[in-house]
Write a protein that binds this ligand. Structure first.
Ligand code: ZN
Length: 374
């Protein structure tokens, strides 16, 4: 419904522009929207809450104002593109209800939406306070999501917590400078396996067959489940790291991109950048330090104990002995400690896996089983 309103409004403005007529004002668009409800082709608009329709227009007007302001140079930040017609192919749909649309979270947990009714909701987390707006999104897999805007007071976290360096990797999702290795959780790996299987099924179906359509829907659902599981995992881990530490440091992802195939890069960078973004905003929210270590810091070439640089090592080398001080270094933990040190954080160099004179035990377990992350 929203794309229709927006497309009608865009069409009105563009037609006026092409005919050399004055710019169609916001008030005029609003009046036309009301009038269009009498149009037999648009009569269904009456079934939609008026506030939602006006909201769609208001969002379009904001987009126009940003576009004009950026033309005049009156707006800082990137140049804005002209508002565009919404594609019919975009299967995602979203509507937003602000407080004056009188949506309501009922005592029985249902969500009351104007002109739609009481919707049962599977709550992912309790609302911390009265929401000021709710956006209902229908994704391409046909599922509905409600996302609420709420004002929150950041909770207080224990002071004096330690600092940590984080190395994001392929073998483990993250390795910490304190020696902890965190694998992707079981529920995420299961979802990923399921996605692979669905994709294989889809590739075997004949083009144009009904079975192929069904398989395609299953792939879309599996994709969505992987994205959800990954986001949940990122939320859990980032919250825990910010809770437990006064300062966190991660390597800039551009560094990680070096020396990997394009395939692996696209898959893993997608996951990493979302995770790092969560770390960053949660650090800000809870008053923690967040450090991003820039390019060209050779985290795997420097001994984290004595600082000796002994050059790049091929990826299959997971542990080595420092030629200068004789310490045995675990590749990932050594990198995590170096990330923390490059950020100027004082971290204790991981007694168990990085130690003078003895080979690490961690290198044996690494290829086979992963420690449980939770
Ligand atoms: Zn050394």
């Amino acid at each position: 419904m929203r794309p229709v309103v927006v497309n009608d409004a865009l069409a009105a403005r563009e037609a006026a522009h092409e005919a050399g007529l004055p710019y169609v004002t916001d008030a005029e668009l609003s009046a036309r929207l009301t009038a269009s409800k009498r149009d037999p082709a648009r009569v269904w608009l009456n079934d939609v809450s008026a506030v939602v329709l006006q909201q769609a227009l208001a969002d379009l007007n904001t987009a126009y104002r940003n576009f004009f302001a950026s033309l005049k140079g009156g707006r800082t930040g990137p140049k804005m593109a002209k508002p565009r017609f919404r594609s019919r192919k975009d299967h995602r749909q979203a509507i937003r209800f602000t407080a004056n649309a009188r949506f309501k979270v009922l005592a029985n947990g249902k969500l009351r939406l104007p002109k739609i009714g009481d919707m049962p909701v599977r709550w992912s987390r309790p609302l911390p306070s009265e929401p000021s707006s709710v956006t209902i999104v229908k994704d391409s897999a046909g599922r509905y999501f409600a996302s609420f805007v709420v004002g929150t007071e950041p909770g207080t976290l224990p002071e004096g917590a330690p600092a940590v360096g984080i190395d994001l990797g392929l073998r483990h999702f993250a390795v910490l400078s304190n020696g902890r290795k965190i694998a992707a959780p079981q529920f995420l790996r299961r979802a990923e396996r399921n996605l692979k299987r669905r994709q294989r099924d889809l590739s075997r179906k004949h083009k144009g067959s009904g079975n192929r359509d069904k398989a395609r829907v299953k792939v879309a659902r599996a994709h969505a489940r992987v994205a959800d599981a990954r986001r949940d995992f990122h939320h859990q881990l980032s919250t825990r790291l910010i809770r437990e530490n006064q300062a966190v440091a991660v390597e800039d992802l551009a560094v990680k991109a070096l020396g990997r195939t394009r395939m692996a890069k696209s898959i893993h960078d997608a996951g990493w950048s979302g995770f790092v973004a969560m770390l960053e905003y949660k650090a800000r929210l809870y008053g923690r330090q967040f450090h991003r270590i820039g390019r060209f810091t050779p985290t795997s070439q420097t001994c984290c104990l004595c600082g000796a640089k002994d050059g790049p090592k091929p990826l299959h080398v997971r542990a080595w002995q420092c030629g200068a001080c004789g310490a045995w270094l675990d590749r990932d933990i050594n990198a995590a400690v170096n990330v923390a040190k490059a950020a100027g954080l004082a971290v204790t160099a991981c007694g168990a896996q990085v130690r003078p004179g003895a080979p690490s035990l961690a290198q044996r377990g690494e290829a086979g089983t992963h420690p449980k992350s939770h």
